[in-house]
Design a protein. Structure first.
Length: 162
């Protein structure tokens, strides 16, 4: 079973000024695309300390997906915080998601999203917009089992279903 944490990084949602919509939407997409997936959702403030604590809580899951905090706003700290926390970078994931997102909106060029690994946990920053988070979750769902298998020492070729 694939285990995923979704962390929404938002000052206002963490203060209860409005409900988090992107985290639950990512969970919905993953549950629809990956039957049996175990997904937990959490909301934290745009603060490095809060995000690091959440990342630590979910270390050991196959994936930690963040949503929000990847743009150009002064308090957007998600990519830097994740990059400092991770052991290794996995730039191809973010490059791919940015490229595919640009097909939907030119605003994707402003994404500073990061992807990397801490131990065997893959960390992927998704956009904070509802539409962007949903698109990226849908794209990722198709490759997440293979990424998990690779992170755990699996072969480069996906296993054939019997």
């Amino acid at each position: 079973m694939l285990k995923v944490a979704v962390i929404t990084v938002s000052d206002r949602a963490s203060r209860g000024e409005y409900p988090d919509r992107s985290g639950p939407r990512v969970r919905e997409v993953l549950e629809r695309e990956l039957p049996g997936v175990d997904v937990v959702v959490e909301v934290v403030a745009d603060e490095p300390r809060s995000l690091r604590a959440a990342l630590r809580r979910h270390l050991g899951r196959d994936y930690i997906l963040t949503t929000g905090g990847t743009g150009l706003a002064p308090r957007d700290i998600t990519p830097e915080t994740c990059a400092r926390w991770c052991d290794r970078e996995a730039p191809g994931i973010s490059e791919w998601l940015r490229r595919e997102s640009q097909r939907e909106t030119p605003h994707a060029v402003f994404s500073r999203a990061y992807s990397g690994m801490k131990g065997r946990t893959l960390v992927v920053n998704l956009p904070g917009s509802l539409r962007g988070a949903e698109l990226c979750a849908r794209l990722l769902a198709g490759v997440m089992p293979h990424g998990r298998d690779m992170a755990h020492g699996g072969d480069h070729e996906p296993q054939k279903k019997q």
